[in-house]
Write a protein that binds this ligand. Sequence first.
Ligand SMILES: [Zn+2]
Length: 229
Amino acid sequence: MRNKEGYRAEYIYGAGRRALARHDPVRALPLLRAAVDGIAMDGAHPGRHQELADRLYWLAITLIKLGKSGLAIKALASSQKLAPRGHARALYCRVSNEYGMPRSSCPEHDDYKAFFAIQARRYLANTPGRRFSNQTEMEAVLAVIADAWLRLHKSADLGDRSCGYKLHAFRAFRIDFPALLPSSLSSAGTVMPGDFWPGASASEHERCSCGSGLPVHRCCGRVPLPWER
Ligand SMILES: [Zn+2]
């Protein structure tokens, strides 16, 4: 049975859809976010998966209109898992790449973005609030990762390799950021959680265990953006 929060979320969802229909994504965004959160507060269960998938889809549309493609991909990835035959699946496959990230204009850039996200996420895991403290720190990290990318390409021929193979290589590549981190926080020489990612043992064409029907690298084993929660 729907509780008070559930009815409130339904009203907010309608208001968000109307704002979007009036071409006002700025107003629609907080409303649709609240509507998505409302389903969880209302006690999400399998019978409401389609409803949650629809709300996530419209949230993603709003985020796309606002130019927030990374967050939109995350919402679409969640939506298509809940409703694999829904409209979110078609849109997700159109705007995402093999890594489950926003699609770039060329495969080489997709590869670099995946490598960058993996390495930057590791770095940010050891920073307060998972953020760069200033522009200088951010630019230094970007330069270190770009240099590491060149070194990886010199040591390994990844050009025609599969997505799964490249992900193994990206995740196995360890970058030491000693000059950028306080010594007490440095993770150099430690085993990182990233070594045990969901698709680590999956073959290239193995379908995701969640039942979505997509390859695991594009579904639950997708590469999250560096700041993604
Ligand atoms: Zn999945």
